[in-house]
Design a protein around this ligand. Structure first.
Ligand SMILES: [Zn+2]
Length: 498
């Protein structure tokens, strides 16, 4: 078994991947080496056959290419890919500020160039270290999207199997966003299942799991799973696909006063985040939420940015101690720390009992470190809130009905005219404003309208059940109380002269 052949193989993978191979194969004492020494050390000491190592390395580079394709998604979804000309010999396209030329596409004589400013193309593709830069799959996806390319007829160069699947996923997403394909609705069960099974492991940077199941790095998968958590909590989210800056933005659209939360995801292999990894922790966070988010927004939207949340497996004491420092320099934005176990607890409880509103949940972001006790407290408060709303609505209904039945009831009917009916309904509805619905007025017609929040269906169920109960009780009371004759009986008696 040749150590130099192994060395050649190990040279083609990254330091991180190399360390992972050492770890998985139970090799001890590898962490002290720098890259070149590590290659030599691993080639000499790894107890793994050459064919097996070859297969592992090939699989790793395949996964790297698949995740590169996934990275190109951003271009396609932001619609910055432009196919400028298309024929058998030459395709020219721009991807953002990059210009690509594809020669003899789909044939053995294929070659492509990505213009001078693409470092990946210059340093990797041109030297044969990688077949393509991330701008290339963006062009392929756009070609398929625009129906200029049918991969079942023309095999796109370097893109087949898993890679082609990844490209198809991008096209599908774009079609959904453009409304060309009707989305089949939300797949809540699958998201929840993945989160339950993997989020703790992924938060501790389990790259092998991330690669095998999701074909991406643990960092990316962690960000995606955290995003899905907040979506399951009915927040609107903005996902930052770039590697710099904040990771997610949560929008508490349904609160009477909307608010935004800037989220930073920090997976850590040790299982607890500490600032020794990042002495500029406070100023980096401030930079993310103020310079890269708040300052980029306009007018009233700036005031919506009220909270910053860091999500990690857990936090060391030194991070908790830095919270006041951040709060002092952040111009009113409050920092809070969210351990992944708390987030999971929150999501699971919410999916069982979806009674939280953006309005009630806002109190979580006011905590320094969010604990499961805070989540319990939030659910308790939300129960009280829905009780209160229900009893207010019931009271309004009862007051109005009592008022009308005093004067307009006989032995059969409580008589209500349209005007009274409308007034009563409006009064009941306004007890739920702005928590379960928002009352407004059309700018153009001046007609009053009500926007009912469908995410709060369970709260609606509670309130409506309460109202039904109240209404039935009122009818029952009247039925037992009324001795006054009906109008019909009065008439009959009058005609008969009895
Ligand atoms: Zn490129």
């Amino acid at each position: 078994m040749s150590s130099s052949e192994k060395q050649d193989l190990l040279k083609t993978i990254t330091m991180k991947e190399l360390k992972e191979i050492c770890k998985v194969n139970g090799l001890k004492g590898y962490s002290k080496y720098k890259h070149n020494e590590l290659i030599k050390f691993a080639a000499k000491n790894l107890k793994i056959s050459l064919p097996k190592l070859k297969a592992t390395v090939e699989e790793l580079s395949e996964q790297r290419l698949v995740s590169k394709i996934k990275d190109s998604e951003d271009y396609v979804l932001r619609k910055v890919v432009n196919i400028e000309s298309y024929d058998d010999e030459l395709i020219t396209a721009t991807v953002g500020s990059h210009k690509l030329k594809l020669y003899n596409f789909g044939t053995e004589d294929f070659s492509y160039i990505c213009d001078g400013k693409c470092p990946e193309y210059i340093y990797r593709v041109k030297h044969g270290r990688s077949p393509f830069c991330k701008h290339y799959p963006a062009v392929i996806a756009e070609l398929i999207y625009e129906e200029k390319l049918d991969p079942t007829l023309t095999q796109p160069n370097f893109i087949s199997g898993q890679r082609l699947e990844a490209v198809h996923e991008i096209v599908e997403k774009r079609r959904k966003e453009d409304g060309i394909v009707k989305s089949s609705g939300r797949n809540i069960e699958d998201s929840l299942k993945n989160i339950r099974e993997d989020i703790l492991e992924i938060s501790c940077k389990n790259d092998a799991l991330a690669r095998e199941k999701y074909h991406e790095t643990a960092e990316k998968v962690f960000k995606t799973l955290v995003d899905e958590c907040f979506q399951l909590l009915e927040y609107e989210t903005v996902f930052n696909r770039r590697n710099e800056g904040w990771d997610l933005l949560l929008i508490g659209t349904n609160a009477p006063k909307p608010y935004m939360v800037v989220v930073n995801c920090k997976p850590v292999d040790s299982g607890s985040y500490g600032t020794h990894r990042n002495p500029k922790f406070v100023s980096n966070l401030k930079n993310q939420c103020i310079d890269m988010c708040k300052e980029q927004l306009m007018g009233v939207y700036r005031d919506y940015v009220k909270y910053m949340v860091v999500v990690a497996p857990d936090f060391n004491q030194d991070v908790i101690q830095l919270i006041p420092e951040f709060n002092e320099i952040s111009g009113g934005v409050k920092l809070s720390l969210l351990p992944i176990s708390t987030l999971l607890y929150l999501v699971e409880n919410y999916r069982e009992n979806p009674i939280l509103t953006h309005y009630n949940s806002e109190c979580l972001f006011k905590k320094d470190i969010i604990t499961t006790e805070d989540v319990d407290e939030l659910f308790k408060k939300s129960e009280e809130h829905v009780e209160e709303l229900t009893s207010k609505a019931r009271k309004v209904l009862r007051d109005r009905m009592t008022e009308i039945s005093k004067h307009n009831t006989d032995s059969c009917y409580i008589k209500i005219d349209e005007v009274f009916l409308q007034r009563t309904l409006e009064e009941v509805i306004s007890t739920l404003n702005p928590y379960l619905l928002k009352q407004g007025m059309s700018e153009f017609t001046g007609v009053k309208n009500v926007n009912i929040n469908h995410d709060y269906y369970l709260l609606w169920e509670r309130v409506l059940k309460g109202l039904t109960e109240e209404f039935t009780e009122i009818l029952k009371e009247q039925s037992l109380l009324q001795i006054q004759r009906s109008a019909l009986k009065e008439d009959v008696i009058r005609y008969l002269g009895i």
